[in-house]
Design a protein around this ligand. Sequence first.
Ligand code: DX5
Ligand code: ZN
Length: 215
Amino acid sequence: MLTAPSMLSADFLNLGADLDFVNREADIIHLDVMDGTFVPNISFGFPVVEAIAAKAEKPMDAHLMIVNPGKYIERFAKVGVDMLSFHFEAAGEESLSLIQRIHSYDVKAGIAINPDVPVEKIFHLLGEVDYVLIMSVFAGFGGQKFIPESLERIRRVKAELRRLGEEHVMIEVDGGVGPSNAAALREAGADILVAGSSVFKAKDRIAALNALKSC
Ligand code: DX5
Ligand code: ZN
């Protein structure tokens, strides 16, 4: 399984050391960008993303939890992110054109959905994206409890990808992910596990990450 530690749970006073850890041990650097409007919380913006970009040795994956995501596609692409996702709830009918714009910068495009959005609503985009980000908590905060119904949502997306012959599209799962649910997530069809607290707050981070990788 591919692992994507969420830098939201890193120690911001020791961000360099935490980034070294992710560069060394994980596959993808997950960056949670929140604007205080699409979600109630504010996380970090360009100064932090640029600082991480300067030292990133693994692909950077920006997860935009913001209104009007189209406004910032160019800027994230120019910072050098490799993967860029935005929420279907924030973009609606504009989603397809945003995906095309992300691709025009040679960046992988992902569509993210919150747990209360029926997965069928994004089925028309599955042939367009490189990955689907299925939220297994409501976007906005790290450290929430995994919503078990997410497993069935992953299965439904996976089944539709198979039906469409689009199995190269990856499924990324984000929220409350850790060693206790990683195997079930893999069986359901997940390809990328985003993990904040279960990795950064673990007593033994390497062991926590290896448990995700090897499931
Ligand atoms: C939530 C974010 C997640 C979050 C994951 O809005 O998208 O990436 O930081 O954190 P944990 O793993 O602690 O749920
Ligand atoms: Zn995220």
